[in-house]
Design a protein around this ligand. Sequence first.
Ligand code: SF4
Length: 265
Amino acid sequence: MNENNSADSEGRVHTFTVTADPDPMVRPLPMTLDQALDYLHHGVLVAPSPEFPDAVNTRLASAAQTAARQCAKVPAAATQRVLNLLDVAVKAPTQVQRVAWHRRAADALSSAFAPHAACRAGCSHCCHIPVKISAVEARALGKAIGRAPVPLAEHQPASVTGYNSPCPFLAGGRCSIYAERPAVCRSHLNMDEDALLCELLPSGAEVPVPYVDTRPLMAVAVLIAGEPRAAADLRQWFPEHLLGQRPRRAVPCPPPFKIQDENHA
Ligand code: SF4
């Protein structure tokens, strides 16, 4: 996986990012692995744009190289362990076990890459972008936290408007379900030098962030999704008004990022 974070001949960094999906609504996941990989394989072009502030464009000129350098620090054995765990996930006899092994694979990826990533305790930018999970993962999460997810047929459109629409589980700038958070949250790591590129722009323009490549994780998530093969946003599975009142004070990453604590719950 680490070599996949190198820019290709067209300058694209192959990462999967939930923000790259143009449709934040419920959409069916691909039905085959080939389709899944095709869907996930779009990559993001980590390149400057007139839409972005100067500081962002300056950073984008070096971010892909920074990410490749940081990813290269991860031993091959660590990424192989992720793949091994995914193999176990696919072969597990029950859907509950498949989800649990998939989550372990996401944790293994996080353990390997997080020490070299920009992500730090108290940073919650990525809790303000779409966070899509499958029905089976929503059910597993609901069971763990004692809240049944809203059935797919009853979902309301997801409203994701930057810092005005945090994940319903974000409380005081921290994840209130950290131990049970979805696999996508565990593996969502910015491999740049700090969180500058994660900061959401008031214009809504999407800055390409060199996230760690999670295509194997996403492909297996599709494989084990079961029926219905659909993904929806956490805000749709667990609407905030059904979770009760939570503090909604977003705490952006204050640079410099000195705290290094994986257990940022
Ligand atoms: S579940 Fe937790 S980590 Fe994931 S987006 Fe929500 S608050 Fe953030």
